[in-house]
Design a protein around this ligand. Structure first.
Ligand code: B1M
Length: 208
């Protein structure tokens, strides 16, 4: 049986070739795709997330690990679909209107994918109406908004209002350097995360 601990370790190290090789070997040996995902890829990203939170690793290491996970996921994804494995939850994410910063948002999206979420990335400069349209058409349970400018933070409040006006029941999580828990409470967001690893914990609690 292919070594799923070694697969987790390959993700942690960002060794994409080994991650892909072990994923292929595990599937060829008949390992259940969900087990390869949980005990290999997600286990590895969990370790990276915990180390990132404790400042033991930094953004480059997270990006390299996420790339290894992504390469292995390309092999695993069709098998997960065939096996009927459901994602942990479906999330829409975007940087709010007027804001072009996407490095943090992309990191959050990658960590969430690493944790088993289906992530639909709407990109940057996302209008409130677009969040509303997309959540309706995708049936996502969770909406993530990122803002890096104090001048674009009000876009989060406008989006929450637009979602409420449209009768959307999806939960909303926000983040970005100038965003705080107080601000999240004030505008009626369901969750706030200061970093990408915490975003995974909050997202899991919001879809639980
Ligand atoms: Co801009 N910029 N920038 N910038 N930029 C800042 C944000 C700024 C603080 C720099 C400064 O003045 N010291 C300042 C904002 C000031 C303010 O509003 N208080 C600023 C400014 C003013 C501007 C322009 C207006 C500059 C100008 O043109 N005069 C302009 C605005 C353009 C626009 O958006 N309309 C602008 C442009 C740019 C670039 C295009 C050059 C580039 C962006 C490139 C890109 O993103 N593709 C850029 C950059 C790179 C920065 C800095 C240097 C770095 C931001 C970053 O990527 N950080 C930034 C200064 C700084 O922070 N040191 C600055 C790394 C990233 C991983 O962190 O995004 O905070 P962050 O994400 C974290 C957490 O916040 C959290 O998790 C992430 C990982 O742990 N998080 C979430 C983020 N989103 C989350 C969502 C969640 C949960 C957690 O739930 C959904």
């Amino acid at each position: 049986m292919a070594d799923l601990k070694a697969l987790a370790e390959a993700v942690i190290k960002g060794d994409q070739n080994t991650a892909v090789e072990i994923t292929k070997a595990a599937l060829a040996e008949g390992a259940p795709p969900k087990q390869v995902l949980d005990e290999g890829l997600i286990a590895g990203m969990d370790v990276i997330g915990a180390r990132f939170k404790k400042n033991e690793v930094y953004i480059p290491e997270v990006l390299i690990a996420a790339r290894a996970m992504k390469m292995a996921m390309q092999i695993l994804e069709p098998e997960l679909v065939k096996a009927g494995v459901e994602p942990v939850g479906k999330l829409l994410i975007g940087t709010v209107q007027g804001d072009l910063h996407d490095i943090g948002k992309n990191l959050v999206a990658m960590m969430l994918k690493g944790a088993g979420f289906e992530v639909i990335d709407l990109g940057v400069d996302v209008r409130p109406e677009k969040f509303v349209e997309q959540v309706k058409s995708s049936n996502a349970q969770l909406i993530g908004m990122s803002a890096l400018l104090t001048t674009t933070m009000p876009g989060m409040e406008k989006t929450i209002k637009a979602l409420k006006d449209a009768g959307v029941s999806a939960k909303v999580m926000i983040g970005g350097a100038p965003v705080t828990q107080d601000f999240a409470d004030k505008i009626g967001a369901d969750g706030y995360a200061p970093d990408a690893a915490s975003a995974v914990d909050i997202a899991k609690s919001l879809v639980a």
